[in-house]
Write a protein that binds this ligand. Structure first.
Ligand code: ZN
Ligand code: ZN
Length: 383
């Protein structure tokens, strides 16, 4: 923000002690004098108009005016001056949006943007968004997908003009091609001439006598299309931008973009945490006790793993480099496997007998945690 801001009273041409009425009167006069619609293309008037609005915004507000009187510009604009990095003592919310003020004073007459826009200038088309679903594996390793979408493209039959073959659009007689018409508008500050979007051509500046039968004069048509998209490995809910596949531009402007939101279906076994893959592996009591060669599902297919003797429930082991490819990179995360111990049910009398036999010959040595637990119990109850 410039440090050479003019004093607001000076901008308004009023003395420092001016009454509210005097300030309002001065504003009405200056606003009319510099209004952009009354000074088309005059950058200096536009800048003056903004300056006047900014000054009025502060001087017409009792609180802001008091702060301004005491602290100057820094009192009402936290970004003012070199030392403002730490913010003003008044916190936030003091930034002045000139366009807002402009609109609040002069009412909506088509928005500040459209007033200055040449309706015949080429404009980029709007973006469109579509969503595709891919599998967990596809996200992990990357894939190619054909994306189907519908966009608004230029009508081939009329080349986008909207006029039937053999005819051409003509300059709108109402606005003479500007897309805007001047109107007298009543405001709290008196009558003022402002512009608004032309009703006849809807701001396009051109009209069509015989509309193109294919597009009914719009110059555009909705078309179903496909595009092949390379989905990078490691993707996780990101949006891919496919340039030039959005809606057709206005006045031969470039096409907008297609945004493809990539959603990943959940996997029945795998869960993603960052670039790591987690899964659970059910094992039997015997496998846990004796150790075993187990088969573990991974993104690369089944791999075998030597479970160590005495594996405990919820033990986690790691398969290095079996995770998901870092997006935009080559290295991969890891896979973590949590062991879930399944206790056998519906045992036959013989099975029960064998387990009892086993229990009869196991000793304290076999159950480290259990011994510790009962030792603590004894201490607790003073046994
Ligand atoms: Zn018009
Ligand atoms: Zn057409």
């Amino acid at each position: 923000m410039a440090d050479n801001k003019r004093d607001y009273y000076e901008v308004m041409g009023v003395p420092k002690g001016a009454s509210d009425d005097e300030i309002k009167k001065a504003f009405r006069k200056l606003a009319k004098q510099y209004h952009p619609d009354l000074n088309p293309g005059n950058k200096e008037a536009e800048a003056k108009f903004k300056e006047v609005n900014e000054a009025y915004e502060v001087l017409s507000d009792k609180d802001k005016r008091a702060r301004y009187d005491q602290f100057g510009h820094a009192g009402v604009d936290p970004s003012y001056g070199a030392g403002a990095a730490g913010g003003s003592p008044f916190g936030q919310g003091m930034n002045i949006d000139i366009d807002d003020i402009f609109n609040s004073f002069f009412g909506g007459f088509g928005g500040t943007g459209s007033r200055r826009q040449n309706p015949n200038a080429p404009r980029k088309g709007s973006n469109i968004e579509t969503t595709i679903m891919i599998s967990f594996e596809e996200a992990a390793k990357g894939c190619k997908k054909t994306v189907t979408y519908t966009n608004e493209s230029v009508c081939n039959d009329c080349g986008g003009s909207g006029a039937a073959k053999g005819t051409s659009p003509k300059v709108c007689p109402s606005c003479h091609g500007t897309g805007q018409v001047m109107v007298n508008q009543r405001t709290p500050f008196g009558n003022i001439r402002t512009s608004r979007t032309c009703d006849v051509c809807k701001g396009k500046g051109r009209t069509v006598d015989t509309p193109c039968p294919t597009c009914h004069g719009s110059g555009r048509k909705r078309t179903k299309r496909t595009v092949d998209v390379t989905i990078p490995a490691g993707i996780n809910g990101e949006i891919l931008q496919v340039s030039g596949h959005g809606n057709a531009g206005i006045n031969n402007g470039p096409y907008g973009d297609l945004h493809v939101r990539v959603e990943v279906r959940p996997h029945p076994i795998f869960e993603r945490k960052g670039d790591d893959v987690w899964c659970e592996l059910p094992i039997t009591f015997t496998q846990a006790a004796l150790g075993a060669e187990v088969t573990v599902p991974t993104l690369d297919g089944k791999v075998s793993y030597s479970l160590r003797e005495g594996t405990q429930p919820n033990d986690v082991f790691k398969l290095k480099g079996r995770g998901i490819t870092h997006i935009g990179g080559k290295t991969r995360g890891d896979q973590y496997v949590r062991v879930v111990l399944e206790v056998p049910k519906h045992l036959s009398p013989k099975q029960k007998e064998l387990l009892k036999q086993l229990d009869g010959i196991t000793t304290d040595k076999n159950y480290g945690n259990r011994n510790g637990f009962f030792d603590k119990l004894k201490t607790m109850f003073g046994e």
